[in-house]
Design a protein around this ligand. Structure first.
Ligand code: NAI
Length: 342
């Protein structure tokens, strides 16, 4: 169902043929926070996509050198740098996909929610600019806490009268990437074969891998379920601690974000077989936002897969109920942040 990077290699060939087609469509991508730990490797990976005509790199500083550096790669996408708020609007004009990794990352001992105060203001101001300059774009939010940043973005877009719930995504691809890696390792499987859907949100217990829905179908002991679930939930913290104060996951996040960008571009390009997990407005549960597997199409979210939340194991059903209060609190906090602004 879900394609991982290895099938992407095949897609790369397919896309390369696409590039030779004079009638082919190309897309414009903007990365806001492009000079950061995630932004730089993400820009590099995105530069490898033949589906892209232009990459706009925006940050508050250090963009010029990164742009000069990246522009020397002989792949088709044109790279342009934009520095500071006076150039933000221009970085967004005509853009099809906006990716936002702008904001501060965690240090050891911090939760994602500890980043709320700093990152909420950053995301709010960037989304205002998106609303004014490319309201039709797919918006990918990487900035943490994702559980609150997506509701903030939704409220800002509503205030601006341009909210399209089908085009606003919290990027949870890294949870799926991690789950696939850890399960493949545990079960001695080839990585390419494993696909674990991860639902809920993107922080602590709100990250819920549905191991019972792993493809190919396989069984796990209770101990394996416990251990794998906890490792997937704590994987971000594992990296934060290993980096001892130098930030959080950047390379694996860039890889995951590039996969989500590529999937979005394939969907925009009319590929009828694009599925990813993402944190979006949803009515699969009573919560207004929820991460689950979605089908992507030209207009964004095309369909949900309700069957994936049916037939859960007792462990998963309990974990799903347990995550709801925390996820709801994070959503409410994001909505309240926008409404208490002057
Ligand atoms: P970083 O500190 O290395 O980079 C952040 C970049 O954002 C910097 O270049 C900074 O100049 C820029 N920035 C700050 N304010 C800005 C503004 N107003 N406009 C544009 N750019 C601005 O941080 P890193 O490691 O790249 O992480 C970025 C965010 O991604 C963090 O919030 C982190 O928690 C989150 N993250 C999310 C993950 C996910 O799975 N969704 C996984 C890992 C990190």
């Amino acid at each position: 169902l879900v394609r991982t990077f290895a099938p992407r290699t095949q897609n790369y060939c397919k896309n390369y043929q696409h590039h030779l087609n004079p009638q082919a469509s190309y897309y414009k991508v903007a990365i806001l926070g492009a000079a950061g730990g995630i932004g730089q490797p993400l820009s590099l990976l995105v530069k490898m996509s033949p589906l892209i005509s232009d990459i706009n790199l925006y940050d508050i500083a250090n963009v010029k050198g990164i742009t000069a550096d990246l522009a020397h790669c002989n792949t088709p996408a044109k790279v342009i740098g934009f520095t500071g708020t006076s150039e933000l609007a221009d970085s967004l004009k005509g853009v099809d996909v906006v990716v936002i990794p702008a904001g501060v990352p965690r240090k050891p001992g911090m939760t994602r929610d500890d980043l709320f105060n700093t990152n909420a203001s950053i995301v709010k101001s960037l989304i205002e600019a998106v609303a004014d300059n490319c309201p039709q774009a797919f918006i990918h939010i990487i900035t943490n806490p994702v559980n609150s940043m997506v509701p903030i973005a939704a409220e800002v877009l509503k205030q601006k009268g341009v909210y399209d719930p089908k085009k606003l995504f919290g990027v949870t691809t890294l949870d799926v990437v991690r789950a696939n890696t850890f399960v493949a390792k545990k079960k001695n499987l080839k990585l390419i074969d494993v696909d674990v859907p991860v639902v809920g949100g993107h922080a602590g217990i709100t990250i819920l891998p549905l191991l019972s829905k792993t493809r190919p179908s396989m069984s796990f002991t209770d101990e394996e379920v416990q251990e794998l679930t906890q490792r997937i939930q704590d994987a971000g913290t594992e990296v934060v601690e290993a980096k001892v104060g130098e930030g959080s996951a950047t390379l694996s996040m860039a890889y995951a974000a590039a996969r989500f960008v590529e999937s979005s571009l394939r969907a925009l390009d009319g590929d009828a077989d694009v599925y990813e997990c993402a944190y979006v407005e949803s009515n699969l549960t009573e919560l207004p936002f929820f991460a689950s597997r979605i089908k992507l199409g030209r207009k964004g979210v095309e369909a949900f897969i309700p069957s994936e939340l049916q037939g859960l194991t007792e462990f998963e059903a309990k974990a799903l109920e347990a995550l709801k209060p925390e996820l709801k609190a994070s959503i409410d906090k994001g909505v309240a942040f926008v409404h208490k602004q002057p």
